[in-house]
Write a protein that binds this ligand. Structure first.
Ligand code: CUA
Length: 342
């Protein structure tokens, strides 16, 4: 496979510039991209217009009464007014009660639809981790973005590796928490091919605001093709190229730059072969074994100046992937390290 096909899906690139709906929406709301979105929108607008109607009614009457019954010369005592009117009180109790029961009934029906996945749903596992999304497909392939076929119910089975995250897809009107130590699930059916935003909606630490992904809704027949090609990227690329993709997809890029700048973790630029100062005052040479250990058990050797907050990748990466990541890191030579200093 042509490696450029894979890099098409790296963050920041758009594969859906030609799909107008994904960018459209109304003044109030993002586009309705799922089968349940229109029911949510209908109720949203109903609540909005009911609230607007009563706001205008109350403010208008209040203004009229303020003017009509204001204090004027020769009229300094309040007008006599009835203290009680049974019909008026029944009306303003019964009508709002009926409106509220109606809102509950419509909302409950929509909620049950959104909580009950159709039995033939396609399952994708979702894992949240500071500060990255992992989407695992039935082939075992893991992607950083959520790829789905159009017009097919998708069930997401979700959990977190650390703290509570919340998967939020505004265009699908979908939000569900990911909780460590248990599974939560939700489902949707996309109705329009395109690219949509996916966010974390639960404050989860330093880089919460960059815990972003894309939902890519494929045209009929294209999802299977994409999954087949994406699942085989390790076979079709050189270790350095595969490592670059793993660097993006496995969440390394969230915390480790490749341009020399420090983020939550140290940069990868010029790391290989350099002398790394550790938090306990000792120093170690960044060779293959150090890199491997730092990927699998990050807390074993914490770099001076950084907090031990990287999740361990033990059991999550096979040896081929670890080797590809190490080859990628080795390829990132800074001017200094390329000049032969170790
Ligand atoms: Cu994950 Cu906020």
């Amino acid at each position: 496979m042509d490696p450029s096909q894979i890099t098409n899906y790296l963050p920041g690139d758009s594969i859906a510039g030609f799909l107008p709906l994904a960018q459209s929406g109304s003044f109030w709301l993002p586009p309705s991209g799922s089968t349940t979105a229109s029911a949510v929108d209908w109720l949203f607008y109903f609540l909005f217009y009911v609230a607007a109607f009563f706001f205008l009614l109350i403010v208008t009457l209040m203004t009229i009464f303020i003017l009509k019954y204001r204090v004027r010369p020769g009229r300094d005592a309040p007008e006599p007014s009835p203290s009680h009117n049974t019909w008026l009180e029944l009306t303003w109790s019964v009508i709002p009660t009926m409106i509220i029961i109606f809102i509950f009934a419509v909302g409950f029906a929509g909620y049950m639809d959104m909580r009950t996945p159709p039995p033939n749903a396609y399952e994708i596992r979702v894992t949240g981790q500071k500060w990255k999304w992992f989407f695992t497909y039935p082939t075992g392939y893991v992607d950083e973005n959520l790829h789905v076929p159009v017009d097919r119910p998708i069930r997401l089975v979700m959990t977190s590796r650390d703290v509570i995250h919340s998967l939020f897809i505004p265009a699908f009107r979908l939000k569900m928490d990911l909780v460590p130590g248990r599974y939560t699930s939700t489902w949707f059916q996309a109705i329009q091919p395109g690219e949509y935003d996916l966010l974390c909606a639960e404050y989860c630490g330093d880089n919460h605001s960059s815990m972003l992904a894309k939902v890519i809704v494929h045209r009929p027949g294209e999802f299977e093709k994409w999954l087949e090609e994406a699942s085989n990227f390790m076979k079709n690329l050189s270790p350095v190229e595969a490592g670059r993709i793993l660097y993006q997809r496995q969440g390394c890029a969230q915390c480790h730059s490749i341009d020399g700048s420090a983020k939550v973790g140290p940069t990868f630029l010029g790391l290989y072969g350099s002398a790394v100062k550790l938090a306990d005052g000792s120093s170690v040479t960044a060779d293959e074994n150090y890199l491997r250990e730092s990927i699998l058990v990050p807390d074993a050797k914490v770099v001076a100046g950084f907090r031990p907050q990287m999740p361990p990748y033990q059991g999550l990466l096979d040896e081929d992937k670890i080797a590809a990541l190490i080859e990628f890191i080795k390829s990132l030579k800074s001017d200094q390290s390329a000049g032969g200093h170790n």
